[in-house]
Write a protein that binds this ligand. Structure first.
Ligand code: CA2
Length: 159
């Protein structure tokens, strides 16, 4: 186990996992239940937060419909967050600036999708995030949020 990082009062800090949600994921639960299920994004975030707590991690979440907001959050996570879980939405398939920002992040990156884009329309088969992700969790629906955090916990525990 790595040595605990402590705050100014000597209290051990829990590593922070940043969960990022890209465009339109704020609409989850409102339409397309056959593809994305009926749960809302808030419910998925609660699932991820519970998994983080169980693993001794803290979870922060940001959803944005704007690519630049997500990139700013990745930059701000450098040196502050231990890992990133990202469901980039449709940015997955073309946002090379997101690829570059994640490439500049030092910790583990887990790419997360509710559906399995590789089983869908051909334009979804390319992920520009995949080359800079340590793992991809896809096609597991809402369970993916718990599993992605468990994967992060596993990656952080490795020497
Ligand atoms: O399967 C995933 O998690 C995706 O990242 C979801 C994206 C899609 O573009 C990716 O190919 C795969 C779409 C998120 C938009 O979700 C909506 C939910 C309800 C209503 C409209 C959009």
């Amino acid at each position: 186990m790595p040595a605990a990082v402590c705050d100014a009062a000597g209290v051990p800090e829990r590593p922070v996992v940043l969960l990022l949600s890209g465009p339109n994921l704020n609409l989850l639960g409102e339409r397309d239940p056959a593809i994305y299920g009926t749960a809302t994004l808030a419910e998925h975030v609660a699932t991820a937060a519970a998994a983080a707590t169980a693993a001794g991690l803290d979870l922060e979440h940001l959803q944005s419909n704007h690519e630049g907001d997500l990139i700013d959050a990745i930059h701000a996570a450098r040196g502050r967050c231990a890992a990133i879980v990202v469901n980039p939405g449709a940015l997955t398939h073309y946002a090379w600036s997101l690829h570059d920002a994640l490439d500049a992040f030092d910790g583990p990156v887990v790419e997360l999708h509710l559906s399995d884009p590789k089983q869908r329309e051909p334009w979804r088969h390319l992920s520009v995030v995949e080359p800079v992700a340590d793992r991809t969790v896809a096609g597991l629906g809402g369970d993916g949020y718990r599993i992605a955090v468990e994967v992060v916990a596993d990656l952080l525990d490795r020497p």
